[in-house]
Design a binder for this molecule. Structure first.
Ligand code: NDP
Ligand code: OXD
Length: 315
């Protein structure tokens, strides 16, 4: 049996159940907490931010499928059973994130915030525009999502730098890694895109000291931040202060320390900040249920599961 459970704001339980019934047609599917299910029958669980303790109730669980790329919420459950955890790494989610990153890089590069303000005030004021190759986009996290966004931005003409935990190489991308690579990576970056997972090492990594080390000698005038990783990666008070004092020229945030972002949070109305409600890259039930079904088939055929989370690294 496959048990499914989710708790996120835009979780559409019935749609997920319908899709899992289609893709895992030879298997019973139970949508928790509504459907009756004998805990001992559950071999697989597909979950998104499940309630802590829920998975510990299944004594015969063989694998957990996290219905998203980020596993920080899931692995924070101290009662999690000791079985492999598979995260999402599929083209559908990757393309959605790449669209988001490209959209916001271009928005800042083409000065859309200023142009929209001009439109609101009926001002016809052409802005100086520069070529994409006048800017370096620095991507923190050169994994499944970061690498794809990097390659598409590269095709648009931007210079690309990437930063990862372990050394990497990718055609035409200046790759940096670890603590030693962080400084040279920041120094050359004009638009900082964060696609890191949230782990003890990366918590609050987006802070004033990092923003101050970004390049200030580009046509943008001041560096730009785009964070679509997790809210816990950023220090929001620093983002606000740095936008106000010009350390950052502008920013886009899809994720926040508290979600939903409280109505009285001063980030909401900030004219230099684009706020989106953690939906840079939604997980699509059609694409993801097919991926989970394929992984279960691999497992049942004795093949290794793919994209298994390394719990020592936390992603
Ligand atoms: P991956 O695991 O494929 O990539 C993570 C990357 O981060 C890797 O390159 C890894 O380095 C790097 N990294 C991790 N820790 C460190 C560190 N301490 N220092 C430097 N680099 C580090 O993840 P994905 O690309 O699939 O997803 C990234 C994140 O995006 C998710 O964890 C999630 O939080 C977020 N996300 C947000 C969504 C949204 O809608 N806003 C949607 C989907 C995901 P290395 O390659 O060396 O291991
Ligand atoms: C994810 C997310 O990790 O939606 O997939 O944030």
């Amino acid at each position: 049996m496959l048990a499914i459970e989710g708790g996120a704001a835009n979780w559409a339980p019935e749609r997920w159940k319908r899709r899992f019934l289609e893709t895992c047609s030879n298997r019973k599917v139970a949508l928790l907490p509504h459907d009756a299910c004998a805990p001992a029958d559950v071999r697989f669980a597909a979950v998104w931010k499940p309630k802590p303790g829920v998975l510990a109730a299944f004594p015969n669980l063989r694998a957990i499928f996290n219905l998203g790329a980020g596993v920080d919420a899931l692995i924070a459950d101290p009662t999690l059973p000791d079985v492999p955890i598979v995260r999402v790494a599929v083209g559908d989610l990757t393309s959605r994130m790449t669209e988001y990153v490209v959209l916001h890089v271009l928005l800042h590069h083409r000065r859309l915030l200023e142009l929209m303000d001009d439109q609101r005030h009926r001002r016809w004021q052409p802005k100086e525009q520069w070529a994409a190759n006048a800017l370096t986009v620095g991507i923190m996290g050169l994994g499944t999502l970061g690498l794809d966004a990097a390659q598409v931005l590269q095709r648009l003409g931007f210079n690309i730098a990437g930063w990862s935990a372990r050394p990497k190489s990718a055609d035409g991308i200046a790759c940096f890694s670890g603590n030693d690579g962080f400084e040279p990576f920041l120094r050359r970056t004009d638009i900082l895109v964060c696609l890191l997972p949230l782990t003890p090492e990366t918590k609050h990594i987006l802070n004033r000291s990092v923003f101050e080390r970004l390049n200030r000698n580009s046509p943008l005038g001041a560096p730009v931040l785009i964070n679509a990783g997790r809210g816990g990666l950023q220090v929001e008070a620093d983002i606000l202060a740095c936008l106000n004092d010009g350390t950052l020229g502008a920013a886009t945030c899809d994720v926040f320390e508290t979600e939903p972002l409280p109505a009285n949070n001063p980030l909401w109305p900030h004219p230099k900040l684009v706020v989106t409600p953690h939906n840079a890259a939604d997980t699509d039930p059609d694409a993801i249920s097919a991926y989970v079904a394929q992984q279960i088939e691999r497992f049942e055929a004795g093949k290794p599961l793919e994209n298994v989370v390394d719990l020592t690294r936390g992603y």
